[in-house]
Ligand binder design. Structure first.
Ligand SMILES: Nc1nc2c(ncn2[C@@H]2O[C@H](COP(=O)(O)OP(=O)(O)OP(=O)(O)O)[C@@H](O)[C@H]2O)c(=O)[nH]1
Length: 551
């Protein structure tokens, strides 16, 4: 190498151009190295270093005068030649897939194996299988460019390089197809820029294109790097959109997790890490093994997959917190249909809402309970207001409403209504002889017997002290008379059990009939009262029904 350095130099315009391109690549590398948060950043920087190596080797090859020295420096360019396409492929893969985790050093070393082997093969040139025997300067002039004959080893290395270039093209093409709008245009520009080294290399190999007598491929790669940098600085997708997205994700107060198709957590924002207390080794850990959240999230996802419509709610104890889970599938369209890549889990803190809902629910339940109690009390009061406390029978207040209803029904059904006014005989005497409480016993027992005699829609009311009214809808006058006479007879025959022993009491009853003897209740009651008066007058313990002439 010393011999080559001392073999004589010729500084020329092309050499200055190579120096300028190299300086440009160096500046871009420095700029890129200062950019935070972008996918594939470290690979992009290493890629620039490889590019620089290639350009510098080409520059030295151009500058040195001896033919063997030119071949030596052409061989020395191989680490750069072979590394640039492989690093380019890795960088594009990381960029397009937004992979922010840098490659491990071991991976870079592995990527370096191919370029090193290519370099050693080119320098050693075993059996002239890399550069063929016809490799020679173009002419006898000092510093004339060397024309290389490509041997099979050269071709093998070229295939290695082309495979990576093909992969790069496929990656950006896929990115362009999978994206939309500004991103698609961005990736399409990548595709065009990525094609430039292909064109340059194909032109060199097939049609002998050259730049200053050299393979134009390194210059095209340098152009690609600069164009790429211009593209990303112009669109700012590199540092602005991903950074903004990343910041947004990080600053989001709600936990977010991204789970791959194998159920491993590949992304988690700060809120998710804080909530779960996951350690530094969280990336790649299976969701089910995540502290605090994993098991429950897994259960909720399974519940959703089983078609359960319930709102997926993650509840954590101590302190009690509730999170609404939103799971969104991440899919890629393939020819055979959508392919699931994983899912994004978004946990929205709904603790306050949930607690408010619970409190509201409790308050509502309490209100409903109170409303039920009030309604029931209201019903009881209404019922009490309509009933006589001694006998439990309906009183005069309920009679009006009941009679109007029955009247309307019987009018529709073309049926009459019989009314029977019932009054105990000599009740004052009974009270006086046996006491008021015994009188109450008699009133209660009479109420029971009257109630027992009712049928269907019949009703009995206590409308005065010892006065009762039986309403018999549908009963013809004769039938009503017969039924009342039977009640009257049974009462006289069957003594009543009272606190002072068995007592025989009798009743008198007066009948009236709707519509034959009146249209309104008051009028009918008057008719019945007159009939009752007549029954008393005739000696009591009987039923009386006045004919129209008797009134
Ligand atoms: N034990 C009791 N007596 C009552 C009640 N309400 C009214 N009375 C009594 O019922 C009696 C009614 O007496 P009167 O209207 O004179 O009638 P009567 O003694 O039955 O005579 P006639 O009807 O003509 O047979 C009065 O003594 C009232 O005090 C009550 O709730 N309990």
């Amino acid at each position: 190498m010393n011999v080559c350095v001392q073999s004589g130099w010729l500084f020329s315009l092309p050499l200055a151009l190579i120096g300028a391109v190299s300086a440009g690549v160096l500046l871009v590398a420095l700029w890129v190295a200062r950019q935070p948060y972008f996918s594939g950043r470290s690979t992009f920087v290493v890629l620039h270093a490889a590019m620089l190596w290639w350009l510098l080797a080409v520059g030295v090859e151009l500058g040195v005068q001896g033919a063997s020295c030119k071949v030596f420096w052409a061989s020395m360019a191989w680490p750069g030649i072979a590394a640039v396409p492989s690093l380019w492929a890795v960088f594009l893969w990381q960029y397009v897939n937004s992979i922010r985790t840098p490659l491990r050093p071991a991976a870079y070393l592995l990527l370096g194996v191919g370029p090193l082997v290519a370099c050693v093969l080119a320098i050693v040139n075993p059996g002239q299988l890399f550069y063929g025997p016809l490799t020679a300067p173009l002419n006898d002039l000092p510093g004339a460019p060397v024309i290389y004959q490509h041997g099979p080893l050269f071709n093998a290395v070229a295939i290695y390089v082309y495979l990576f270039m093909l992969f790069s093209l496929a990656v950006v093409l896929r990115g362009a197809l999978a994206s939309q709008g500004l991103h698609r245009r961005h990736y399409l520009a990548f595709v065009l820029v990525t094609c430039v080294p292909w064109l340059a290399n194909a032109g060199h190999l097939l049609y002998g294109w050259s730049l200053f007598g050299f393979d134009p491929t390194p210059f095209s790669f340098a152009f690609t790097l600069v164009a790429f940098t211009l593209l990303i600085t112009a669109v700012r997708l590199f540092d602005l959109v991903p950074v903004a997205r990343h910041l947004l994700l990080e600053e989001l107060p709600d936990p977010v997790l991204v789970v791959d198709a194998q159920g491993r957590v590949v992304e988690a924002n700060r809120a998710a890490l804080q909530l779960s207390g996951a350690g530094d080794d969280w990336q790649g850990r299976a969701l089910r093994d995540w502290p605090l959240l994993g098991g429950e999230l897994q259960r909720l996802l399974a519940q959703g997959a089983a078609g359960d419509d319930r709102e997926p709610l993650l509840t954590l104890a101590a302190p009690l917190r509730h999170f609404e889970l939103r799971a969104r599938n991440i899919e890629r369209q393939t020819r055979s249909g959508p392919l699931s890549l994983g899912c994004m889990l978004y946990l929205r803190d709904v603790t306050q809402r949930h607690l408010s809902e619970l409190q509201l629910g409790e308050a509502l339940a309490l209100s409903e309970e109170r409303l039920r109690t009030i309604s029931s009390l209201h019903g009881q009061l209404q019922e009490l207001a309509l009933r006589d406390p001694l006998t439990g029978l309906y009183n005069r207040r309920h009679l009006d409403e009941y009679f109007v209803r029955e009247q309307a029904r019987c009018l529709r059904e073309d049926k009459p209504i019989a009314l029977a006014l019932v009054d105990l005989d000599h009740f004052k005497l009974l009270n006086d002889e046996h006491g008021h409480l015994t009188g109450d016993d008699v009133l209660r027992e009479l109420s029971r017997r009257l109630t027992d005699s009712l049928r269907g829609s019949d009703a009995v009311f206590r409308i005065g002290g010892e006065e009762f009214l039986l309403v018999l809808p549908g009963a013809e006058a004769e039938e009503a008379y017969r039924r009342l006479a039977q009640i009257c007879q049974q009462l006289a025959q069957v003594p009543m059990a009272t606190r002072v022993g068995n007592l025989v009491v009798t009743l008198s009853a007066g009948l009236s009939h709707w519509p034959a003897q009146g249209a309104a209740l008051d009028g009918l009651l008057q008719v019945a009262d007159a009939a009752l008066y007549e029954a008393k007058h005739r000696g009591r313990n009987q039923v009386c029904m006045l004919q129209p002439t008797e009134r």
